[in-house]
Design a protein around this ligand. Structure first.
Ligand code: GDP
Ligand code: MG
Length: 212
């Protein structure tokens, strides 16, 4: 690459970090833990009661990458089917989506494919992944971890089991989606660069890599 081209590229990267906010929407049925997932990621807190979708102060967190900032915003949504049309509209306003289900609630898992269909109908370019939440409740489990993995493989997307309560894989699942967004070829989000995954990982608050 020529020097001027390189410089131009560096400027682009600079600009990306200065100006871009990575917006990620959390979807899934009522009660799967969407609001608590966000609460944990943003504020490192958990609420044993159901949280209102806007029940906390902020949905934004700044990750440091070297001297630059990555601003991450997690958008909450309502799971009720009457709100689906509204939720669907949001698919075009974010760069990533996490579809959450509850490992103790088979129906919430079965509806993941409906959510995937909605996503595919609305925005084929969007990057998304699946997370089976409440993996701390292993004794109440109704969805085997392999079922989640198989669904992930079927759609070639990442799959995690998470617990907002015990803070398991919350950062990992969000950060992995961020990495994919950053690595995507879509120029709107990403010029031609890749990011050192380890750096991002080291600098996030926890690195809880326990598996369910
Ligand atoms: P939402 O309707 O998807 O936003 O779900 P909420 O975040 O309001 O959570 C619904 C209920 O599940 C609340 O009682 C939470 O405390 C509980 N909950 C959420 N995440 C977890 C988790 O990881 N483990 C357990 N045991 N409970 C959770
Ligand atoms: Mg909620």
């Amino acid at each position: 690459m020529s020097k001027s081209k390189q410089k131009n590229n560096d400027n682009k990267i600079e600009e990306f970090y200065e100006n871009k906010i990575i917006k990620i929407l959390i979807i899934g049925e009522v009660g799967v833990g969407k609001s608590n997932f966000i609460y944990r990621y943003i504020e490192d807190k958990f609420s044993p009661t159901i949280l209102a979708s806007v029940g906390f102060d902020s949905n934004t967190k700044v990750l440091n990458y070297e001297n630059k900032k990555i601003i991450v915003q997690l958008w909450d949504s309502a799971g009720q089917s009457m709100y689906r049309t509204i939720t669907k509209k949001l698919f075009n306003r974010v760069q990533g989506i996490i579809i959450l289900y509850d490992i103790t609630d088979l129906n919430s898992f079965l509806s993941v494919e409906n959510w995937i269909q909605l996503i595919e109908e609305e925005n084929k370019k969007i990057i998304y992944e699946i997370a089976g939440n409440k993996c701390d409740l292993n004794e109440l489990r109704k969805v085997n971890i392999n079922q989640g993995k198989e669904l992930g493989s079927k759609y070639r997307i990442n799959f995690f089991e998470t617990s907002a309560k015990k803070n398991i894989n919350i950062n990992e699942s969000v950060n992995s989606l961020i990495m994919k967004i950053l690595e995507s070829d879509d120029l709107e989000y990403n010029p031609t660069f890749s990011i050192d995954k380890r750096s991002l990982k080291v600098r996030t608050k926890d690195s809880n890599e326990r598996c369910c």
